[in-house]
Each structure stands twice: as C-alpha cells, then as structure tokens.
Design a protein around this ligand. Sequence first.
Ligand code: NAP
Length: 407
Amino acid sequence: MGKFALIGEKLGHSFSPRIHSMLSDYEYSLKELAPDELENFLKTTELDGMNVTIPYKKAVLPCCAHIADAVRRIGSANTLVRRADGWHAYNTDYFGFIYMLTSCGYSPKGKKAVVLGNGGASVAVVTALEDMGASQIVVISRKGENNYDNLHLHADADVVVNATPVGMYPHTGEAAVSLDAFPNCRAVFDLIYNPSRTKLILDAEKRGLICRSGLSMLVAQAHAAAEYFTGSSIDKSRIEDILHTLEKETGNIILIGMPGCGKTSVGEELAKLTGRSFVDADEEFFRTYGISAGDMIKAQGEEVFRQGETKVLSELCKRSGLIIATGGGCVTRAENYPILHQNGFIFYLERGIDKLPTAGRPLSQQSSPAALFEKRKALYEGFADFVIDNDSGSIEDAALAILETLK
Ligand code: NAP
C-alpha cells in the first residue's frame, strides 16, 4: 500500500497518523527534519508521498517536478506524491477549506468575506473563497492596511474566517476579534482544531450563526491527500465518520449534577472502563489552592470559591480526552458553560433528591437538597448535552450508559 509520512520541523502531537489510519491501509509516520536536511531528504527518501507542514510548505517546491494549479496560485504545497518524473505537489488545505464550508451548507458566492491573518493558511483560504465566488475578500493583518483598528470598515461581512493561531491550545478563551464587529455576519469558520470549539466558534454558536471548527478541514484535507496517495477515490462520507470518531476520542467527558449524585464514582468507573484519566475538579481545587472547596466556602464565602473554581475548570477543560467530575454548583456561573463545552461532552447525572448525601457538603447543609435542586435543575438541563439516569441502576450502569451515548 506504500509508505507515507508527515514532514515538518517540529511535529509534537499530530492527529495525522490517526486520521490516515482511518482512511486507508498504508503506513503513515511522522518525520521531523531540520531545515538543512530537507533537500537531501527529498532526494533520498523511499517514501511514496508525504504531507508537508510548517515551515516547509514553500521550501519543498523547488524540489518538485510538477506543481498543481492550486499550489501555483497559493504558493505552497502540503502534499507531495512520487511519480515517474519526480515529486508532484498539491495543496489539499484548499479542498479541506471548501469542504468545511459546503459541509454546513454555506456558500460565499456574491458575499463579502473577512479573513483574519495573513500567513500560509490564509492564502489557501482566500484562493478557495475566490473560486467559490465571494464578491469581496478582505484580509485582516496586524500591520496591514486592513487591520484590527479599522474592522468597522467591514461590518457588512457575511462570513468571518479565522486563519490566525489566536485561541489555539493552550491559549483557549482568546479570539482575534469580537463578532460584535460584524453585525451582518451569518457564518464563522475557524481553522483551529484544538480546542474543538474556540472562543470564536463558541461565540458564533451562541449567536446561532453557521459555524464549523478546523477539525473538519483537517480531516477533509487528509481525505484529499489520501486520494492522491492511493490514486483512487475514497468515499466522502468517511470524512464525517472520522470526524466523529476523533471528537469522541479527544473530547472530555464532563459530569455535572447535584452534590452527591455520583459524579466521582461514575467518573472513576468510566476511567476503569476506558483507560482515560479521571480528574475530580474539587480535588484539583484543593491541589491548586491548598484548601478544600467546603473550607473555602466557609472561610471566604461562595463567590470567592466560585471564582477559584472557574480558574480551575479553565485549566482542566482545555485539555483533551479527560473524564472530569465537576462540583455540583459549577452550573451557577454562566461563564463556566463555554469552558466546559469547548472540548467536551457534558453529561448531567440525575439522581433522586432523597438519595443525595449532605454530610461534608456545606451548600447542601445551608439549604436543603430539594431547595438547591429547585434553583439548579434548569441550569443542569441547560448545560447538558445528555442526561443520564443514575437513580435506578448501578454506578456501572450509568458509566455504560454514557459510553453507549457516545457511540
Ligand atoms: P501562521 O503563518 O503561523 O499564522 C498565520 C497568521 O496569523 C500570521 O501570518 C499573522 O498574520 C497572524 N497572527 C499570528 N499570531 C497572531 C496574533 N497573536 N494575533 C493576531 N494575529 C496573529 O500560521 P498558518 O500556517 O497560516 O496557520 C494559521 C492557523 O490555521 C494555525 O492555527 C494552524 O494550525 C491552522 N491551520 C489549520 C488547518 C486545518 O486543516 N484545520 C490547516 C492549516 C492551518 P499578520 O501578522 O498578518 O497579522
């Protein structure tokens, strides 16, 4: 089936091997190269093809025998395939971006587009928007004529695309612009894929706009590369299947619910069943501040505790693939919703009020669990992606129900 790789200077953790393993049977590895190794590597490697990332997307071009039209226009390639006359260069980011738009039914035809950032990815985005018929495309660049100080000139934009790294892990919660600047905007696309929902995407979701994150583009560009690698067409429906698999594998499983509803026990059971790490947000609070949640509430009041809890959740929830048990009252702060939602599936564990313990739970002691539940029920339901019964069965039943839901 051939041998392929992703080349770049520093690759760190990459989704590419996992994505390609779901697209075909060929071998796919990661190869880090220093700049002075690139030319010789391209001459001597036995690879049949490769994906290319920063900083070699332009640097590979002089070593190629054929350059596809899109590569010529964009000025960079992210896919090379060995043919009889040498390397052929393609740019599948272009196709990945077009897929990101068309897969949610958005067409920029006749519309004004704003593209944030002026790097390599931005050129692929602009080229694709041109080909899709956008009537005007404005690139916002920090030092350019169109910059972050004159966004008001583009308040009529129909679509905003983020092609900057702003908001990428670990700097989640940041965005290059506020969508307030674009009151007519109908669609927002962010090339970033970690976290799965950046601040910009969360903001777009909240406003009910069409939006999609960069994971769809990443999988779609890999799909196009796999077609070049294998020389055969691969069913397009695989893109969404792979996307859902990746979202499930990388997304956090977040448990919310009343104090004592079983979040810790169910979380630990899930960790046993899946091999994922389990983190209890209350224990993380203690590790961070050296005082328990209960003692902090008694000593400094609930508001001070909640501020600390939000900071702890911000750090925890930007990570990936964890099982996180939250404190029962985290839903009382609206700002915790995007923090939990950015990279996770939120499960609300329901348990009968009569079964909830109150010992060691200061807020459940101050007002009865029934009164607390009355205040919070709608909040739990509002935060939840899924509701899981933890009343009628065992802890294992609840954990299995969560895994079944994720399937
Ligand atoms: P890049 O060259 O490093 O950065 C793109 C541009 O972002 C820069 O040229 C700069 O433009 C702007 N920028 C950088 N730091 C900024 C900051 N702190 N504030 C505001 N603007 C800033 O990256 P790239 O290769 O073009 O990629 C851009 C993003 O797209 C990255 O996050 C990358 O991971 C992602 N990407 C995703 C896919 C996918 O398949 N989903 C594919 C390619 C790239 P100005 O200096 O002109 O302001």
